[in-house]
Design a protein around this ligand. Structure first.
Ligand SMILES: [Zn+2]
Length: 221
């Protein structure tokens, strides 16, 4: 999928080995314990973030293909990478996955929610049910390109609505990419305020490295 190497897998072993993988061991599989991640996500208060990849080539290509061209094979490959890395480390898995919802008007034009697709694929592989009824999207937010963290957080205010209590004690909110963390934060805050004892993890396929970190941020397993 990423090269011309013949391979039985979606991603050949050479490309797989070359993925910009986050060093999970150094942070006990919680990126919020890494100071540089905390610094790059100001205003975020969710306690646990799991993301196996940096949003760099070729991961950005996989995510864009899924999001804008509904390439389901990209979703399968990303979910496979997530589960492959998560299964080795996931000590305490959640009981339900909550995908970040799309506003219905956006769904009408795009007919596809990449977060739901990723949550379904991951849920299938890890045997965790997907809860699509818990959260809905009230307002349509402008595409999140080229806005600072503070502006994005303000625009995410009241975007989501709580529809139904989760039927479990431990959930993971699933998104494709963490850039400022504002989307995950908005859903986290909504759930945490309504259900203070609910355990809430945040899962994303990839996280954007801070711009000043450059190539040094690329870490190896
Ligand atoms: Zn390859």
């Amino acid at each position: 999928m990423l090269c011309y190497q013949p391979s039985r897998d979606l991603i050949c072993p050479y490309c797989y080995d070359d993925l910009p993988v986050v060093d999970w061991q150094s942070c006990q599989h919680n990126l919020m314990l890494l100071p540089k991640v905390q610094r790059s996500l100001p205003g975020v208060s969710f306690p646990r973030l799991l993301s196996p990849l940096y949003y760099q080539p070729p991961v950005n290509r996989l995510i864009k293909g899924l999001k804008y061209s509904a390439r389901l094979s990209h979703g399968r490959a990303l979910a496979h990478i997530f589960c492959d890395l998560a299964q080795q480390h996931l000590i305490d898995p959640p009981d339900a996955l909550i995908p970040v919802p799309l506003h219905w008007t956006r769904w009408l034009t795009r007919r596809f929610n990449q977060s739901t697709e990723l949550a379904s694929q991951i849920g299938k592989q890890l045997r965790i049910p997907v809860d699509q009824r818990c959260i809905s999207r009230e307002r349509r937010s402008a595409p999140q390109v080229g806005h600072g963290g503070e502006a994005r957080r303000r625009r995410m205010h009241n975007v989501f609505r709580l529809e139904q209590a989760p039927a479990v004690n431990h959930v993971a909110i699933v998104d494709d990419v963490v850039t400022t963390g504002s989307t995950l934060q908005a859903i986290y805050r909504l759930l945490h305020r309504a259900y203070p004892s609910l355990r809430i993890d945040c899962w994303a396929m990839a996280i954007t490295p801070p711009p000043n970190q450059g190539a040094s941020w690329r870490e190896r397993r």
